[in-house]
Design a protein around this ligand. Sequence first.
Ligand SMILES: O=C(O)C(=O)C[C@]1(C(=O)O)C=C[C@@H](O)C=C1
Length: 369
Amino acid sequence: MSDSSGAEEQQLLKLRDKIDSLDLDIQKLISERARCAQEVAEVKMKSSHAENVVFYRPEREAQVLTRVMERNEGPLANEDMARLFREIMSACLALEQPLKVAYLGPEGTFTQQAALKHFGSRVITRPMPAIDEVFREVEAGAVNYGVVPIENSTEGVVNHTLDSFLSSNVFISGEVELRIHQHLMIGPNTRLDNITRVYSHQQSLAQCRKWLDAHMPLAERVAVSSNSEAAKRVHSEWNSAAIAGSMAAELYDLQLVYEKIEDHPDNSTRFLIVGKNRSKPSGRDKTSIIVSMKNEPGALYSLLKPFDDHEIDMTRLETRPSSHGNWTYVFFIDFIGHMEDDNVQAAMRDIREKAVEIKELGSYPEAVL
Ligand SMILES: O=C(O)C(=O)C[C@]1(C(=O)O)C=C[C@@H](O)C=C1
């Protein structure tokens, strides 16, 4: 052994000793934290009937993660540090109650990725074949929460989700934003120059339109029910490729041949968490409501004016035809603030005077991660 490699070994030994001792401390602290969470569960169980206990507290989780990011001094990135705490909380919550979460499936979709990003990996995820079935599972109490897509930065709003809110009584308890990266993938027996067909969900095909025009102009584009379905199909087809996310590639054992082929690199999708409970204020919240207005001149103005009067920042306004009659409309509105805030309550009073109906979809913490 040369002198220099001997010195390197010594240095490594010393540093690894230090890491071992830090790991010991971290592990002890994590166990102590987990025991605290168990005590929290006991307190919650004492104060309500067994079937009504709400273990998951989105406002508290948002506060914990926000604080982790605020006090982070590096060298780990804020998001990496928060993701570690996300997993610790996920494991602590699983000690209190293993959460069941339905999502728009099948397995391997971006919605499943969003569910895991929001709740951490200790939740039990259940794929559903359609958005309205996610809502139904939540309403029936078969799962604790549901995750559905609501809007994509390039393709716009997901109307099935908006329409499901009209006919359902669930509350929104959180939002998740996911950067969407689309990859071109092929099965083990496929050669790149044999590809004559590309499968994907129609939104993903649209998100990669320019890339496909430039790189695979002759390949037939076939829209299927989900990106995962596309990945499943190409596994056994020698002449086709799929566009999907990396989870689908892993699930169906496909090879990524071109990565991040979406036309807009900042392509992201927002998802909502739906459940049966209202969330308490976290300090940084959003609220969603549905309002139906009389079809008369100035209706939209009188709906928007209270937001201005009470200095409320509106973040989204969507219009959908109402199911109650031709040419009447409902408005889906998101704004910053919580239903318990004074200015929000004042604005709601003003809107109620003019509206035919208001449905509160809930106040929930703004996405942290
Ligand atoms: O503070 C609580 O209510 C807890 O149950 C503890 C805890 C945590 O691990 O910090 C776990 C689950 C909740 O969703 C929020 C936070």
